[in-house]
Design a protein around this ligand. Sequence first.
Ligand code: 5GP
Length: 201
Amino acid sequence: MADGRLIIISAPSGGGKTSVIRYLMERHPDMVHSISATTRPARPGGADAGYYEMVDEPAFRDGVRDGAFAEWAEVHGFLYGTPRGPLDRWLDEGRDVIADVDVVGGESLKRAYGDRAISIFLLPPSMEALGTRLARRGTDSEEVRGVRLRNAAREVACQDRYDHRVVNDDLDRACAEIERILYGGGCGHGHGYGVREGGKP
Ligand code: 5GP
């Protein structure tokens, strides 16, 4: 059985990452999403279920000290980390794992997992479009949105560190492009051409 691949997806807040991930998970039932630990307060309405485990800062710091995270970073003023145990187990089981992480986490994971990792940066069509999407999403206060927009420019500046960059001008088109990157055109479960090399397009 082939080893699973670590699919690293980064994008600024409001970049459409959640929709892309949902699309991929629906089409590939074997794919799993790494559930991050975070110190960020939970969003109302259970929006974080299946994506995050909320922990307090002392517990997070204990995890860092004990090597429980494959990577961790401070993002928008809170701590986020990818639990190492489930990630390695899934990869060993041959499952593809999606890690939705910021640019610091993306770089750490790529460094740690090498050829087993394929990294994709999802770009907004423009910064204006990003601001509009963030406002429409309505999950964050104006102040939080401001922080996220300021960080977005910094994150977009790191796009060249990724194996692939995909512009999310249209969700269906962007998803199809990512499918091609991962599966080489078809929507089967095989591992596509070129992907393991992780080369830039
Ligand atoms: P949000 O709080 O909006 O869900 O996520 C904020 C940012 O944290 C996003 O850029 C997201 O990709 C990033 N993030 C989520 N989980 C992790 C993680 O486990 N590690 C790192 N480094 N970043 C994460």
